[in-house]
Design a protein around this ligand. Structure first.
Ligand SMILES: [Zn+2]
Length: 249
């Protein structure tokens, strides 16, 4: 499988050559966060990384060579998962500074086109604010959540109109299916959780009520998940990422 070239695997002369081609620099952003008994803590990092690689595989070779994937930003902000072992967070303020420093460093390299391919909901405002603060006037920054590239019609068709919805999609059938398609060995198929979706009010609350949290850490039953569904969702996302990449290049 063709991968997106890795920033950190290159030498400085290779980076110099790459930067002269005005590349699209992609940063996968996720979390180190519990994802139920069946998905690894890095799920939200793995999904955008896998999608970037699949996108690279569909590009023409000269296009692929003008894309590059940074080391992913794994430590972010997922305090809603603090009740389970494994979740490791930065404070929002720290994350904003990390994102600002990264934007500044990319600007210092003369990078003009940056794409944040995001896999985790809660950290978005901090990432965006940091990028806004750190960028210089020559850098264009785009951010997209991969799930926003799944058309509602594709989701409805794949789940026979029975998708539990994005508000409870944490370690649920969509994430499980997508990770299954991208990294099959990472899904513990013998412990797929079957918690009922708790139903979420249209507001957020501190402190979180323990009864609003499913014991398994998965917010919706995963019995309908499959690699085939994941593949169909990935295809839809990758098609849009290819278009976006070509627009930028
Ligand atoms: Zn997730």
């Amino acid at each position: 499988l063709q991968q997106m070239p890795r920033w950190d695997a290159m030498t400085w002369p290779e980076i110099q050559t790459l930067l002269a081609k005005n590349p699209l620099v992609v940063l996968a952003t996720g979390s180190i966060e519990q994802h139920g008994p069946h998905l690894p803590l890095a799920t939200d990092v793995l999904i955008p990384t896998g999608l970037a690689d699949r996108t690279a595989g569909k590009l023409r070779e000269e296009e692929r060579r003008r894309t590059v994937l940074l080391p992913p930003l794994a430590y972010t902000y997922a305090p809603e998962s603090n009740g389970w072992p494994g979740t490791l967070n930065l404070d929002g303020e720290t994350l904003t500074r990390v994102a600002a420093d990264l934007a500044r460093e990319l600007a210092r390299m003369g990078v003009a086109e940056v794409l944040l391919l995001n896999g985790h909901m809660e950290s978005q405002p901090f990432l965006w604010e940091g990028m806004r603060l750190g960028r210089d006037s020559h850098t264009r920054i785009r951010m997209v959540n991969w799930w926003d590239l799944v058309p509602a019609s594709v989701l409805a068709a794949q789940f026979d109109d029975a998708s539990p919805g994005w508000t409870v999609e944490h370690a649920g059938p969509v994430e499980t299916s997508v990770l299954w398609a991208l990294y099959p060995s990472q899904v513990r198929k013998d412990c797929l959780p079957d918690d009922p979706a708790p139903g979420r009010p249209p507001y957020r609350k501190i402190p979180l009520e323990p009864e609003s949290l499913p014991p398994s850490g998965s917010f919706a039953p995963t019995g309908t998940a499959s690699a085939d569904i994941g593949d169909a969702l990935c295809e839809a996302v990758v098609g849009q990422l290819c278009r976006l990449t070509r627009e930028v290049l």
